[in-house]
Design a protein around this ligand. Sequence first.
Ligand code: C5P
Length: 227
Amino acid sequence: MSEFHALVPAAGFGARMGIEVPKQYLDLAGQPMIWHAISTLCACPDIKTVYVVLAPDDEYFSQYDWSHCEGKLAPLYCGGATRAESVANGLLAAELEPDDWVLVHDAARPCLTQHLLSRMISELRDDPVGGILAVPVADTLKRADAQQRIACTEPREGLWQAQTPQMFRAGLLAGALAHCKTVTDEASAIEAMGLQPKLVASDSSNFKVTYPHDIVLAELLLKHKNN
Ligand code: C5P
């Protein structure tokens, strides 16, 4: 039987935050940001191991108390220059069976819930390709010209915003990433193979903390989180 594992790429710096500490270690509701997603993934009964891909010289991760994740958490100090490289390196180091499912999740999406995780696993566990959590675009979309004036309004019908986790078979994903080193998510590498990942409906609470003001919103959501 195929197993389910999570892989959290956490070897980035978070340049858009404009801070010294890597984004994933910023304090969020009394814990480092990365603690929240890892704790949710470790508490999911379907998930056997949570691999965390860290920068080779990471000095932060081992300073925190991870005792509540014991038996499931596996830090791997093999992060690369890009997110895709970190995920590819992590897959290699984890030595998963090709048929095992791997759920790749951003360290910077702390508000993931058990409800979304179990929806994703039950919708995709028998899928031939795999898929991603995503939300239909809600805002009207404008294309800008070089002067930052509106060149045109883009139809938003059929457009979704990709989130994580992104769930694929380990063998398929490793093969796809070996050919695509510049993609910004795993699904793009699978699409480049001519396959069509499924979109599993999520909600906007699973957003990526990117800019300083996102911290306030994430803390509010975490305070009211009850899965
Ligand atoms: O920078 P961004 O928010 O898009 O990064 C998404 C995720 O990929 C983060 O969890 C970040 O730590 C991770 N990442 C990585 N290795 C890199 C760059 C980003 O693991 N070289």
